[in-house]
Design a protein around this ligand. Structure first.
Ligand code: THU
Length: 164
């Protein structure tokens, strides 16, 4: 049974074909990161309900706090291109020229935004987050990581209908 914070740790070979494809898109997106301050390269790839894949990467700023993470970059970019309904997101990390040993969980701000995306989609969003070598891959979902979070429903907002 899944509980709050639960995740599975899998290896790449244990993923299904869709998860593998999404994670490989996240790895390609990771190489577009603009991260001169942290050297922490993050790539994200969203799977939309229609099967299309939407990449994002972190984009830093000299003012540090203006930085946008890969996950939010992917969501905002896809939204601006007309895609708001997502089933899954894959995440891949690298630190400078070094491998990162453990997968990264989305930060609190990205969990908040992923929760909004889950509300809009009317479904949970699977999270597939890999270390650099892809031998430790956290498979979980936004509802498992953030089951209780500020929700549009608390603000009395009704779900808008989008077709994609
Ligand atoms: N970062 C992401 O893009 N996604 C995460 O899930 C964790 C952190 C970025 C933000 C910043 O550019 C760098 O990683 C170091 O925190």
């Amino acid at each position: 049974m899944w509980r709050h914070g639960d995740f599975m740790t899998l290896r790449f070979v244990e993923l299904n074909a869709t998860q593998k494809k999404l994670l490989e898109a996240a790895e390609r997106a990771r190489e577009t990161a603009y991260c001169p301050y942290s050297s922490f390269h993050v790539g994200a790839a969203l799977l939309a309900k229609d099967g299309t894949i939407h990449p994002g990467s972190n984009y830093e700023n000299v003012s540090y706090s203006m930085t946008i993470c890969a996950e939010r970059s992917a969501i905002f970019g896809a939204s601006a291109r007309g895609y708001k309904l997502f089933k899954a997101v894959a995440i891949s990390v690298r630190s400078g020229k070094s491998d990162v040993a453990e997968p990264a969980a989305p930060c609190g701000a990205c969990m908040q935004v992923l929760s909004e995306a889950s509300f809009l989609a009317g479904n949970d969003i699977e999270i597939i987050s890999a270390n650099t070598k892809k031998d430790r891959i956290m498979v979980t979902s936004i509802k498992r990581l953030a089951p209780v979070i500020f929700d549009p429903r608390s603000a009395g907002i009704k779900r808008k209908r989008f077709t994609r």
